[in-house]
Design a protein around this ligand. Sequence first.
Ligand code: 5IU
Length: 267
Amino acid sequence: SLTKLSYGQRAAKHSNPAAKLLLETIERKKSNLSVSVDVTTSKDFLAIIDAVGPYVCLIKTHVDILEDFAPGLVEKLQALSEKHDFVIFEDRKFADIGNTVALQYSSGVHRIANWSHITNAHPVPGPSIIKGLASVGLPLGRGLLLLAEMSTEGSLAKGAYTEATYAMARANRDFVIGFIAQQRSNAVTADEDFLILTPGVGLDVKGDGMGQQYRTPKEVVLDSGCDVIIVGRGVYGKDYSLVDQIAAQAQRYREAGWKAYLERIAA
Ligand code: 5IU
């Protein structure tokens, strides 16, 4: 089955350039770790990315959180992506009608489509959201993840909603490369090879008091068949100046994620 294949073998199954790039990067760097950098200053943002860069396949951003965002920041992010060999994922969670999301993706101060290899969208508006985003992203070789499930307590994204999300992806395989989800569902079969990227990962705590729920890399990758672990505060903690400690945490999560993957393909 799909969960027994290596990331490298799976790269060959994808024609979307962003999906291929991510799988090849995971294989090359032996890392299925994505660090989510949710900080408010460009200085901290770049310092954390430079510290964790060697250990990640993917950097997940929320550039709208940055108080001092300026277009020059994107060039610095891209330079770090070249230096450390990681893919970029702006976690924008688009959720509007096709025409509006196409504008939000291409324009505004952030111009996300110009620099983010991967972005994501809520399926709540229906397939037109994919059409709108694909009109901008496909010509640029970008990839889209649909939010099939969330890590939060009481999430409404479950059952029939999640199933309908898989169907929307299936009908748009050129642009939809996978899901943000908590597990690889039986409904997503081997031939389809969607990527499953999973937030809500932590080794030391079970939640954050604001609805977030954490599982370990082993639970996520080995038990639930997911492909990429997304870790934020578990890696960078509260003091962003402790870059050596942040780098050490990234190494720790990378090792845990890779070990779970090796166990999975060997099992
Ligand atoms: N994120 C989640 N859960 C989800 C989705 C996105 O945590 O279901 I969809 C985002 C929010 C944050 C990151 O940017 O992933 C997780 O950060 P922490 O590891 O610090 O909780």
